[in-house]
Design a protein around this ligand. Structure first.
Ligand code: SME
Length: 144
């Protein structure tokens, strides 16, 4: 994951639109083993809209407080879901997804976007992935 972090740092370019940087970051995050979806939800007026991603077609709009993504927007904290079937209100975009991690990216104490990774196995995400994604979050915050 250190190599991936270096690749992400190397590929981002402050002169590019955010969407271009996020598109390439999603391509790199998707290289993690045992991942079936990696991407971003962009926050606008308390709604999360599908952003750049890799993986299957996904839900385009998630309301604040709904699903794992909307709960992340509400709580403003990362969430690790070991078993999506046990998360009340989980939104199943893909039947492949068994576990999930979401990380809010903030500017001026407001959630601007959410990093979202899904895995086809249970309990895929641990503190190792959390720490890695918190680094990715810091890189993205530098682009906002
Ligand atoms: N499972 C998410 C929806 C987004 S997809 O995982 C890409 C949720 O419950 O909010």
């Amino acid at each position: 994951m250190k190599t991936l972090l270096k690749e992400i740092s190397a590929i981002v370019d402050n002169d590019l639109p955010l969407v271009s940087n996020l598109a390439n970051i999603s391509a790199l995050l998707y290289k993690l083993p045992n991942i079936n979806w990696a991407g971003f939800y962009m926050v606008e007026a308390d709604k999360c809209y599908l952003g750049p991603f890799q993986g299957d077609v996904a839900c385009t709009t998630i309301l604040k407080g709904k699903g794992v993504v909307g709960t992340c927007l509400e709580r403003k904290t990362p969430i690790i879901v070991d078993d999506v079937n046990k998360f009340k209100g989980h939104i199943a975009c893909s039947s492949l997804s068994k576990s999930e991690i979401v990380i809010p990216v903030l500017k001026d104490d407001e959630v601007k976007l959410i990093i979202d990774l899904d895995a086809p196995i249970y309990s895929r995400f641990t503190t190792t992935e959390l720490e890695f994604l918190l680094e990715v979050k810091r890189i993205i915050e530098g682009l906002l």
